[in-house]
Ligand binder design. Structure first.
Ligand SMILES: Nc1nc2c(ncn2[C@@H]2O[C@H](COP(=O)(O)OP(=O)(O)O)[C@@H](O)[C@H]2O)c(=O)[nH]1
Ligand SMILES: [Mg+2]
Length: 194
């Protein structure tokens, strides 16, 4: 199979316990506004499969999508949060996300999205350290490739990889806007869920 991922929305769950059972799952995580929803829409070649919000911190639920060929994709609540959110609310989001990542049966791969223009931020670096510590299997996806001027790209790619503590070749660069890296990511999701 190739072409867009045939993803269908299943449910929004407040926590991991409320998600439907799955054989194989890919999770998408990253700070608010990093481009998670846009990338999911690009993978599915749909305009509004996942809601794209201009305002950060709106996606507080675990959004589950089913792939026609089998398996599921979960869009996790973003870290970084709305400035209006209370400390308790933020801590609660984090707890739910951490619980998902450490207890979800069937979770095969976590895509950690990092803003290609500005990342990694301090929160991203903290998240990376936590994922490594918990031995969560992850891949780094740098988003918004189109926002980095071509003259700055080589340098930016080097800096981002270095900031994340990985080799340059370990970072998948993507643009939901221009379609960069989208085929590769579709392939990765398909292979992972097969
Ligand atoms: N230029 C550009 N903007 C993007 C891209 N992906 C997302 N955005 C913009 O970034 C903002 C946040 O995107 P969204 O998908 O809602 O992020 P989320 O909070 O991680 O789900 C929106 O204004 C998007 O239009 C991209 O690849 N290129
Ligand atoms: Mg979103």
């Amino acid at each position: 199979m190739s072409g867009p991922l045939q993803l269908q929305f299943v449910t929004s769950a407040p926590d991991v316990e409320s998600l439907p059972d799955t054989r194989a799952e890919v999770a998408v995580v990253g700070r608010s506004n990093v481009g998670k929803s846009s990338l999911l829409n690009a993978l599915a070649a749909r305009k509004a499969l996942a809601k794209v919000s201009g305002k950060p911190g709106k996606t507080q639920l675990l959004n589950c999508f089913e792939l026609a060929e089998g398996g599921t994709v979960v869009d996790l609540p973003g870290y970084g949060y709305a400035s209006s959110a209370s400390k308790d609310t933020r801590r609660d989001w984090q707890r739910r996300m951490h619980r998902y990542l450490t207890t979800r049966e069937g979770l095969r791969l976590t895509l950690l999205l990092i803003d290609g223009e500005v990342g990694p931020t301090k929160l991203d670096v903290d998240m990376l350290a936590w994922l490594r510590e918990q031995e969560v299997v992850f891949r780094i996806v740098a988003t918004k490739h189109d926002k980095v001027r071509s003259s700055k790209r080589e340098r930016r790619k080097r800096d981002l990889a270095e900031g994340c503590g990985v080799e340059r070749g370990d970072v998948l660069w993507a643009s939901a806007e221009k379609g960069v890296g989208v085929d590769k990511l579709r392939e990765l999701v398909r292979t992972t869920l097969a």
